[in-house]
Design a protein around this ligand. Structure first.
Ligand code: GAL
Length: 362
């Protein structure tokens, strides 16, 4: 598979690499190339930061995966060295991660127990639109990969949600959760319909708690409800314990952090690549109950005049805990006509005394 640098979205900046990355502007790596990592996150490991995300190509083709997951490393979160494509789509026809599939929102955790780096991502099989709703899992020995694709699946086949008590685990209960009407008048298929085959899994994040337990949190049930799913000790599979949260809230683009014993979740509504208002939740436990805490965003993006009603034109993506006092919320401003031009927005999270969080444009 040969592609020109331009087709791969590697544009060399005539200017020297920028010292400062600015929110909503084009970011450059240390070689002067445009940073090409969207919908991903940042892994902090061994005194370094690793920025990773979807590598986009030019034009509408960028709405599908043609390269894979791109990574950059940094010591200061400012100057980014290109580490290349660390998980590559495959040419092989019929591969789950075939060139032309949808590979979105990769997230990486380091597993202390195994010493491996584990990547989960939202996967849609080539040629099936967004119907497959699967999660892909890959693993590497080093943060910079290469990540070896292990498998894709729909989580928790045959497993009851933990929020359904044992005595209520009957066919009749399942039957009540087959479908629902969407706010826009369509039909959404709920967990009961996916009990045997595994739950739908689209927009997603991974979260590692202080005790080392890891969680896969994803938009499920046709994006109507978020599932919080416990991972096994090696982070490569599921324990089968899962909880439904933000039920029928239609929350996508989930990102999670923890501070002072509170878990915070930010997300967006369901309008595809188009921006909408962000929302937040908080809980004392990953498994809930999660309480709605409103739109955390404030301020206006001067480049497009958009404020919190449209998340400055962006959509939430990840929250990096840099230190006990510094949390950085990350957003993408998508450009579906030319995703290689999508922009990154990183803003500090403020934890308010009333238990809410704020994220202000700057
Ligand atoms: C968004 C989602 C993106 C992408 C897009 C496709 O809602 O957050 O990751 O899947 O829809 O339309």
């Amino acid at each position: 598979m040969k592609r020109s640098l331009a087709a791969m979205g590697l544009v060399i900046c005539a200017c020297a690499a920028q010292a400062m990355q600015k929110n909503g502007e084009v970011w450059h790596d240390t070689a002067g190339h445009v940073v090409n990592a969207h919908g991903g996150g940042v892994l902090a490991h061994g005194g370094k930061y690793y920025l990773y995300g979807e590598h986009k190509v030019y034009g509408r083709a960028g709405n599908k995966a043609h390269v894979g997951v791109h990574m950059y490393s940094s010591e200061d979160l400012e100057s980014w060295k290109d580490e290349g494509a660390v998980l590559k789509v495959e040419d092989k026809v019929g591969s789950d991660i075939e060139d032309g599939c949808v590979l979105e929102r990769p997230k990486i955790l380091f597993c202390e127990k195994t010493g491996k780096f584990v990547m989960f991502f939202h996967l849609e099989l080539k040629g099936q639109g967004y119907k497959a709703a699967r999660v892909g899992i890959a693993v590497a020995d080093k943060p910079t990969g290469p990540y070896v694709f292990l498998r894709s699946l729909r989580p928790n086949a045959g497993q009851w949600p933990m929020n359904v008590p044992e005595e209520a685990r009957t066919e009749a209960t399942k039957g009540k959760f087959l479908s629902a009407t969407t706010p826009w008048g369509g039909k959404a298929s709920l967990w009961g319909a996916h009990f045997d085959g595994g739950q739908m899994s689209r927009d997603m994040t991974l979260f590692k708690d202080d005790d080392g337990r890891a969680w896969h949190v994803f938009a499920s049930e046709d994006n109507s409800t978020v599932h919080v799913s416990e991972l096994t000790d090696d982070y490569l599979g599921y324990t089968g314990r899962w909880w439904r949260i933000a039920e029928l809230d239609w929350t996508e683009a989930v990102a999670i952090c923890k501070k002072n014993g509170w878990y915070y979740l930010i997300g967006s509504g369901c309008t595809g690549w188009k921006p909408n208002a962000a929302r937040s939740y908080r809980a004392r436990s990953m498994t809930g109950p999660w309480e709605r805490t409103g739109n955390p965003c404030a301020g206006v993006n001067p480049a497009n005049g958009l404020g919190p009603e449209l998340t400055w034109g962006g959509q939430s993506n990840y929250i990096l805990k840099k230190s006990e006092d510094e949390y950085i919320a990350m957003f993408d401003i998508w450009k579906p006509e030319n995703q290689v031009d999508s922009r990154l927005v990183w803003l500090p999270v403020t934890f308010n005394s009333d238990g809410t969080i704020s994220i202000k444009w700057k």
